[in-house]
Design a protein around this ligand. Structure first.
Ligand code: PEP
Length: 249
């Protein structure tokens, strides 16, 4: 089954609502005419509404970078999937390594956030990845397998087929300028696909993105790998010209 290429930016804690609007106005003409690719931007929660309004009709989907799994409640500082959807989000990143490392997101929390995102009809981009120490200790596949089984616990094949996008983001490659080689990324992503299949999920139809220091000059080589179906881009998604160059790889 062909997997539509998925090119997503993750702005992290950058850009106000107005800066998001300015970016979208600049990028839309640069990526117009690229049929057959899905393009998305995960923006700060405070920019969701304005970004979604600015992107309306452009084909660029707007997403949240994190969610709480409850619909509402006494969770100071959090937003729910329903709130993100009401603000215009159609997707959410779940389990980004910065959430896991800096804010204590566990695999169990990720599985709850995933269920909440899918329950609100959001596409969920679930991130997994090993640290440098884990890679150097030869534990990459074991770590990824545990993250996959924990983060996707309880997920049905139907729900996965409808709304799951995976992202392989080696922690040592995020924001460091070090990219996994295309061979390393391919080999690891082929493993992730085999694991998804072993878990009874429709692995051949699930997009697996690569993330970690993606730039305009490495996007095409990464995208040429059979198990790399898209890119999750941090730093290089903050400037319209570099994000457009990646989308147009
Ligand atoms: C990310 O934030 O998901 C990411 C991959 O960041 P960068 O592209 O800056 O490494």
């Amino acid at each position: 089954m062909p997997r539509t290429p998925f090119l997503a930016g993750n702005w992290k804690m950058f850009k106000t609502g107005q800066q998001a609007v300015d970016f979208i106005r600049e990028v839309v003409p640069l990526v117009a005419g690229r049929a057959g690719r899905e393009v998305a931007l995960a923006v700060p929660a405070t920019a969701l509404f304005q970004a979604a309004e600015a992107a309306r009709g452009s084909g660029i989907a707007i997403g949240a970078q994190n969610l709480h799994w409850e619909r509402e409640g006494a969770f100071t500082g959090e937003i729910s999937a329903a709130m993100a959807a009401a603000a215009g989000a159609s997707l959410a990143i779940v389990g980004h390594s910065e959430r896991r490392q800096l804010f204590g997101d566990t695999d169990e929390w990720v599985s709850r956030k995933l269920a909440a995102a899918l329950g609100a009809d959001l596409l969920a981009v679930v991130c997994v990845g090993e640290t440098l120490a884990q890679r150097e200790a030869g534990r990459t596949l074991e770590v990824l397998s545990a993250q996959l089984r924990g983060s996707l616990a309880g997920l049905s094949a139907t729900a996965a087929g409808k709304g799951l996008v995976m992202a392989y983001e080696p922690v040592w490659a995020i924001g460091t300028g070090k990219t996994a080689t295309k061979e390393e990324a391919q080999e690891t992503q082929a493993f992730i696909r085999r694991e998804l299949s072993a878990m009874g999920l429709p692995a051949e139809s699930i997009r697996i993105l690569y993330g970690g220091s993606v730039k305009p000059d490495n996007a095409a080589a990464l995208m040429a790998q059979p198990d790399i179906d898209g890119l999750l881009v941090g730093g290089a998604s903050l400037k319209a010209d570099s994000f457009a160059a990646i989308v147009n790889f």
